[in-house]
Design a protein around this ligand. Structure first.
Ligand code: FES
Length: 159
């Protein structure tokens, strides 16, 4: 199980893309192992479709997502970030998801202060039995990020 920050996505890839058309935003999705990751798995097993450029990072609980992980993802070329965990009351660690939601709300406000559009960073609950919800969520996040275009504000080493 990987708990490290997202892998580097080459910023050069961003230089040639324009919003709309065939552009597929890169989305980093931090999914809790017990619910959202299992929901994503179910979406895959059920052959439900969602965009191709989603990089899933499995974390033990949504509370494990350090705000720095989100910053790093955006700095390294992600156009959007999703954090998803168990529904309230279902967290394997009792209240980790509620802690995550509070942390996420503050992180999002902080990012907005730096000009990061709210569509880029999203939080949601998905349970292990909600494969359909997961694929719908991913498609919605991708559509939202497509609307605001490539993220360049925090990307390091832009050409
Ligand atoms: Fe899923 Fe905590 S274990 S959010």
């Amino acid at each position: 199980m990987s708990q490290s920050a997202p892998q580097h996505i080459h910023a050069e890839e961003l230089a040639t893309v324009e919003p709309g058309g065939d552009w597929h935003p890169k989305i980093v999705a931090f999914l809790c192992n017990w619910c959202s990751y299992a929901g994503a798995d179910l979406a895959g097993v059920s052959r439900l479709q969602y965009g191709p450029n989603v990089r899933i990072i499995r974390v033990p609980c949504s509370a494990r997502v350090n705000p720095q992980f989100i910053m790093k993802a955006l700095q390294n070329g992600a156009d959007g970030v999703l954090v998803s965990g168990c529904h309230p009351g279902d967290c394997h660690y009792i209240s980790g998801n509620l802690v995550a939601r509070r942390k996420f709300t503050l992180t999002k406000r902080f990012l907005e202060f730096f000009g990061i559009e709210p569509e880029r960073v999203q939080f949601s609950w998905v349970s292990a039995s909600e494969g359909g919800r997961f694929s719908e969520l991913m498609n919605r996040v991708i559509a939202d990020v497509k609307r605001v275009g490539p993220a360049r504000r925090l990307v390091k080493n832009l050409p």
